[in-house]
Write a protein that binds this ligand. Structure first.
Ligand code: PLP
Length: 392
């Protein structure tokens, strides 16, 4: 008989009932060190006091009011995101998928309103993940995500990851946008280097193409800057943001320049739950913490400590660990081909360390909350070492 919970996940045996800081607890109060943060969601750890306080206060004030009215917290969060980024305007929604969907619609509307509706194709990269809607799976084209769902949404062209010549060759007069993750998450923590991103920006400028970055996973401080594209010194025309911005509360956003957003008029898009006051209170509270003076300095210090500790572990166990990659606290260890990586991650969970296998094989993502300390890193390394010693 089918499970009462639709079986679309490979679910662990663990039951989780409570979270605090970098730890999750099971029903018997056994602690698990959470180096997955959901999947890069709990950027400030579990039940961060400042965020909890903001949510509780908002719960006593106002839960919902439609977007037909003005909401001060929505304006405040939008203005803060505009202030902190390339964007001129923000659309709020409740999941990363919806933010990507809104972006795809914005791209098409942009050219439609310019009288160029034939210009609607979007180039994406192999290994990409852009959510589970039809636009999302069609954009990614990943066989596991699309199988059985035909007909897909038309209008996406897939090119090899990180290959600028392949990208150039795929551009046609129908190309409206290039959509990519500066660091692929589900694709296995693959970082696009600054030269590639600069070249993509230049190509977009040359051909009048919109650059649409999906920072749902790599944004909101995950890489050690507020947004990953800042490392390349470029800015996009549109960007989807989710995961870390709500710290576990459903909140996402599409950020855009005035130019990219020029086609969006009243009635052209919307969302009932988008800009929900509870979500707005949480988003503002998350930004309060991330905009504290030393926040990113501390993230980068601990990221450096974590990645050098992981590298040392790789040197210790080359038969099991092939390498470490990533940036900031968006890291991955690559397991040797002989290791069953799903079993490795599952038994590591039972030992007390939670990580996240990627869709890409042999990759174990290390995505701890951004607020971890050296003690947490040391504990993780101790657990990993013991696990690898037993694995051999
Ligand atoms: C998780 C993710 C999404 C989808 O976000 P949901 O909140 O699950 O809808 C889209 N893009 C990227 C890069 C992601 O990592």
């Amino acid at each position: 008989m089918i499970d009462a919970v639709l079986p679309v996940y490979r679910r662990s045996e663990l039951t989780i009932t409570r979270g605090e800081g970098a730890y999750l607890f099971n029903e018997n109060e056994k602690a698990y060190l959470d180096f997955a943060s959901g999947i890069a969601v709990n950027a400030l750890g579990h039940c961060h006091p400042h965020v909890v306080k903001a949510l509780k206060e908002q719960a006593d004030t106002l839960w919902h009011c439609s977007n037909l009215y003005r909401m001060p917290l929505q304006r405040r969060l939008a203005e803060r995101l505009v202030e902190a980024t390339f964007a001129d305007t923000v659309f709020f929604c409740s999941s990363g998928t919806e933010a990507v969907e809104a972006g795809v619609k914005m791209v098409r509307r942009h050219f439609h309103m310019k009288g160029q509706p034939q210009r609607h194709r979007i180039i994406t990269l192999e290994g990409a993940f852009h959510g589970r809607s039809f636009a999302g799976i069609s954009a990614s084209g990943h066989p596991q995500a699309v199988e059985g769902y035909a007909p897909l949404l038309d209008g996406f062209d897939h090119v090899a990851f990180g290959d600028i010549e392949a990208l150039k060759a795929a551009i046609t007069p129908a190309t409206a946008a290039i959509l990519l993750e500066p660091v692929q998450g589900e694709g296995g923590i693959r970082v696009l280097n600054a030269d590639y991103l600069k070249s993509v920006r230049a190509l977009c400028d040359e051909h009048g193409i919109l650059l649409f970055l999906d920072e749902v996973q790599c944004g909101m401080g995950r890489t050690g800057k507020l947004f990953a594209h800042e490392y390349a010194g470029i800015s996009p025309d549109l960007m989807s943001v989710a995961k870390g911005i709500g710290n576990g509360f459903p909140l996402a956003a599409l950020l855009a320049t005035e130019h990219a957003a020029s086609g969006m008029t009243p009635g052209s898009h919307g969302s009932t739950y988008g800009a929900n006051p509870l979500a707005m209170a949480v988003g503002n509270a998350v930004l309060d913490v991330m905009q504290e003076i030393n926040f990113f300095k501390e993230v980068n210090d601990i990221a450096e400590y974590l990645s050098s500790s992981l590298r040392a572990l790789c040197a210790e166990f080359p038969q099991v660990l092939e390498g470490v990659r990533g940036i900031g606290l968006m890291l991955a260890i690559e397991l040797a081909p002989s290791v069953n990586y799903r079993e490795f991650a599952e038994s590591l969970r039972h030992r007390g360390l939670l990580t996240s296998p990627a869709v890409a094989p042999q990759i174990i993502r290390i995505l701890p909350p951004l607020i971890i300390t050296r003690e947490h890193v040391d504990q993780a390394i101790t657990l990993l070492r013991a696990h690898i010693e037993d694995w051999n």
